[in-house]
Design a protein around this ligand. Structure first.
Ligand code: ASP
Length: 327
């Protein structure tokens, strides 16, 4: 009897230590970003290109971390990180967006606040310099969640968001690729969306995604990125997720919400939920892509079923870390 009591005391003590450690390990803040998933391999990358992506991803992490370090909100942090990537021609979002079959740029973006499930999104916009700011304007200044085209551009302009001529979005690289696809109609390196998720010092989660969509998409086609639950989701009770990949699959499988639902209703850990959705459900049907996520305890997941995904993270406890290939 007394031996059992001793054993029980030891077990309770171990449990106490572990709980303590788990709490101790919870970082004050976390930021995770992605710059798209796809056929990204060392073979089709030059050292210069690799360096350019690494520099820009680090810059995006720094911009978001600056906000979080000061005690700023997750929403401000993901906005800052996304804007750096939208302003870079390297990524398929904002400047550098891919071309539709008609040779135009039509961009989608969304943002979600895990505190109250408030969300905003824009789709098929052609003049908003930073589509993520358009999504924020919809969230903060309208009673709606998703506004498309000219309506979205009006909301943006009314709220002081910069509009630009369509020529701003032209990049030679995307144009050459468009011409190539037009000729061959082949499917190759087509992703490059950007995304960010954050846990701020107040325990709030936020997620945001911005994209030019898929090369040679039909005019008017909208992908998963501006769809809450498909490309973006945040809930303080579970996690914040941003996706990149073949949008049609991410919409049909309601990917970002599915991950939060597996955690909420089945008690999965973040990584178990991400593996189930990305590495099983999607992979089994040929839905290529990946996600970045952070849960309410600060655990990070960067899970993808493609050869590579531009990605990185930073926490209050660790320096920025950027990765490109599977490792
Ligand atoms: N998910 C985006 C879309 O389908 C594309 C991407 O992530 O690259 O529009």
């Amino acid at each position: 009897m007394s031996r059992n009591l001793l054993l029980l005391t030891i077990m309770v003590f171990i449990l106490f230590l572990q709980t303590g450690r788990a709490q101790e390990q919870k970082p004050a803040y976390v930021l995770v970003i992605h710059g798209g998933a796809g056929v990204i391999t060392k073979k089709n990358m030059t050292p210069e290109k690799e360096k350019q992506y690494t520099v820009r991803l680090n810059e995006a992490l720094k911009a978001g971390e600056k906000v979080l370090k000061k005690g700023g909100s997750g929403i401000d942090a993901v906005t800052a990180a996304i804007m750096v990537m939208e302003n870079s021609p390297l990524f398929n979002a904002g400047k550098g967006a891919v071309f539709t079959a008609e040779g135009t740029n039509e961009m989608d973006a969304s943002i979600m606040d895990g505190r109250d499930l408030n969300a905003g999104a824009v789709a098929s916009v052609r003049h908003i310099k930073n589509p993520i700011l358009g999504a924020r304007a919809v969230m903060e200044h309208t009673p709606h969640v998703l506004i498309i085209g000219e309506g979205a551009e009006e909301v943006a302009a009314t709220n002081g968001v910069e509009l630009v001529d369509t020529s701003y979005f032209f990049t030679q690289k995307r144009w050459d690729y468009y011409q190539k696809v037009k000729k061959e109609k082949e499917e190759a390196e087509k992703h490059g969306t950007v995304g960010a998720v954050a846990l701020d010092m107040h325990g709030n989660l936020a997620a945001a995604t911005s994209t030019g969509g898929m090369t040679y998409k039909m005019k008017g086609r909208v992908g998963d990125s501006p769809i809450i639950g498909a490309g973006t989701y945040a809930d303080n009770n579970t996690c914040a997720v941003s996706a990149t990949g073949h949008g049609e699959y991410f919409m049909r499988y309601v990917v970002t919400y599915d991950i939060t639902a597996l955690m909420k209703y089945k008690g999965y850990t973040l990584q178990q939920a991400a593996d189930e959705v990305i590495m099983h459900k999607l992979k089994d049907v040929g839905g290529d892509g990946g996600i970045i996520a952070v849960d309410k305890d600060g655990n990070v997941s960067m899970t993808f079923n493609t050869p590579g995904m531009f990605r990185g993270y930073v926490t209050s406890e660790s320096k920025p870390e950027v990765r490109i290939y599977k490792d």
